[in-house]
Design a protein around this ligand. Structure first.
Ligand SMILES: *[C@@H]1O[C@H](CO)[C@@H](O)[C@H](O)[C@H]1NC(C)=O
Ligand SMILES: *[C@@H]1O[C@H](CO)[C@@H](O)[C@H](O)[C@H]1NC(C)=O
Length: 335
C-alpha cells in the first residue's frame, strides 16, 4: 500500500512522472538544493526492497511513477562512494540539474528481471564522474539523459562533462547508454575501460523524433564485452513520448561520436546504426572495433541507414556509409 507515500512534483524537464502522468513518489533518499554532501558507508547496503514496487508495476496497480533509490535535484559538490545499493524500486541513482558529482566505489544490484532499475542516470547535469563501480541491474547500467520531448526542450538544460570509467557490469538492456531522453542535449561524454558481461546492447545511443536535442562529442574507448545481443547501437527511433503533444519536427541531432578500441566476444549482432532521414547522424567514427559472434567466423554484418562516418580496423566490416574514405577529416583527430 503506497497511499501514505509522499508525492513530489514532476521534474519540469519531463513534464510528468516518467511512468505515469502527474507527480512522483518521493525517492528513498531525496535531496533538493543541497551542496557539499557525501553519502558513504564502508560498503554498507541500502536496500530499496523494490519487489513490492516491481509487482505493482507488473500488475499495473501503480498510481504514480515509482521512487528512485537516490535522487538529488539542483544540487552540487556531491560524493557518493563505498555504498552498496540494492533493489531500487526504479532508477537507482538519479542526479538531475546537478553539477560536480562523483560516484565511485559503488556496487549497484537488482535482479535482471526487475523493471526500469537503471544504475546511474546523470540527467541535465554537468561535471559528473562515475568510476570504479560494479553495476548489475534490470535496465541500463549508466544512462546519460537530459529531459523528455517538449518539456525537456523548453527546460533546455543539457548534460555535459560526463566521465564514466572503470565500470563493470551486466544488464539485459544497455551497458553504457546515452538517452533516450536527451531533449536538453548531451555533450562531452567520455566512457572508458568498461567491461560488460551478458548485456542486451553493449553501447547504446538512443533518441527519437520529438526529442530535439543535440548529442555530440561522445567518446567511448576501451570496452570489453562478452555475450551481448548487439555490440553497438545508435538509433533515432527509440523511446516513448510523454503525451501526443510532442513536436514531430523536433528532430534530434547526433554527431561526432567516436568509438575506439572495443573488443567483443559472443556478440550476436555487431552493430546497428539507424539515423533519421531528415537528420542523418554524422561524424560517427569507429576505430579498432572487433565484435565476434558465438561461432567463428561469421557475425551478422552491420546494418546502417542515414549515417555518415568513417571506420578503421573494424570487424566485421561495417556498412558502406562508414567507409573510411568518407568524412575522413572529421574523424582523423582521434584516430
Ligand atoms: C569497498 O568496495 C570497494 C569496491 O567497490 C573495494 O575496493 C573496497 O576494498 C571495499 N572496502 C571494504 C572495506 O571492504
Ligand atoms: C569533447 O569532450 C571531451 C570530454 O570527453 C572534452 O575534453 C573536449 O574538450 C570536448 N571537445 C570539444 C570540442 O568540446
Amino acid at each position: 500500500d503506497t497511499s501514505g507515500w509522499p508525492l513530489i512534483a514532476p521534474l519540469p524537464s519531463y513534464g510528468r512522472g516518467r511512468e505515469l502522468p502527474g507527480g512522483r513518489y518521493m525517492s528513498f533518499i531525496h535531496g533538493d538544493e543541497v551542496h557539499d554532501v557525501i553519502i558513504t558507508g564502508e560498503n554498507g547496503t541500502i536496500d530499496g526492497q523494490g519487489d513490492v514496487w516491481w509487482n505493482m508495476w507488473r500488475q499495473r496497480t501503480l498510481q504514480f511513477t515509482r521512487p528512485n533509490l537516490i535522487e538529488l535535484v539542483n544540487s552540487r559538490n556531491i560524493i557518493i562512494s563505498n555504498v552498496v545499493f540494492r533493489n531500487s524500486p526504479f532508477w537507482n541513482v538519479h542526479p538531475v540539474y546537478c553539477s560536480n558529482v562523483v560516484v565511485r566505489y559503488v556496487t549497484i544490484l537488482a535482479p535482471h528481471d526487475s523493471p526500469n532499475t537503471d544504475g546511474i542516470d546523470p540527467d541535465s547535469s554537468s561535471n559528473v564522474c562515475i568510476e570504479d563501480s560494479y553495476i548489475s541491474t534490470g535496465d541500463d547500467l549508466v544512462a546519460v539523459k537530459s529531459g523528455w520531448d517538449q518539456y525537456g526542450i523548453a527546460y533546455g538544460r543539457r548534460s555535459s562533462g560526463i566521465t564514466i570509467r572503470r565500470v563493470t557490469g551486466s544488464s539485459p538492456f544497455a551497458g553504457i547508454a546515452i538517452g533516450s531522453e536527451t531533449s536538453g542535449g548531451v555533450q562531452n561524454v567520455l566512457a572508458e575501460h568498461i567491461n560488460l558481461y551478458n548485456t542486451g546492447v553493449g553501447i547504446h545511443i538512443k533518441t527519437n523524433i520529438g526529442r530535439g536535442g543535440i548529442i555530440r562529442n561522445i567518446t567511448i574507448n576501451n570496452v570489453y564485452m562478452e555475450n551481448a545481443r548487439k555490440g553497438i547501437k545508435i538509433s533515432g527511433d527509440v523511446g516513448d513520448h510523454p503525451d501526443d503533444r510532442f513536436n514531430p519536427n523536433a528532430l534530434p541531432v547526433v554527431k561526432d561520436i567516436k568509438i575506439k578500441d572495443v573488443w567483443g566476444v559472443g556478440v550476436l549482432q555487431a552493430g546497428l546504426i539507424r539515423g533519421l532521414r531528415d537528420s542523418p547522424f554524422t561524424g560517427i567514427c569507429l576505430s579498432n572495433v572487433h565484435l565476434r559472434g558465438m561461432t567463428e567466423p561469421r557475425t551478422p554484418p552491420w546494418q546502417c541507414s542515414d549515417v555518415l562516418g568513417a571506420s578503421v580496423q573494424v570487424s566485421p566490416w561495417p556498412c558502406a556509409q562508414l567507409s573510411s574514405t568518407q568524412q575522413r577529416g572529421s574523424c582523423s583527430d582521434h584516430f
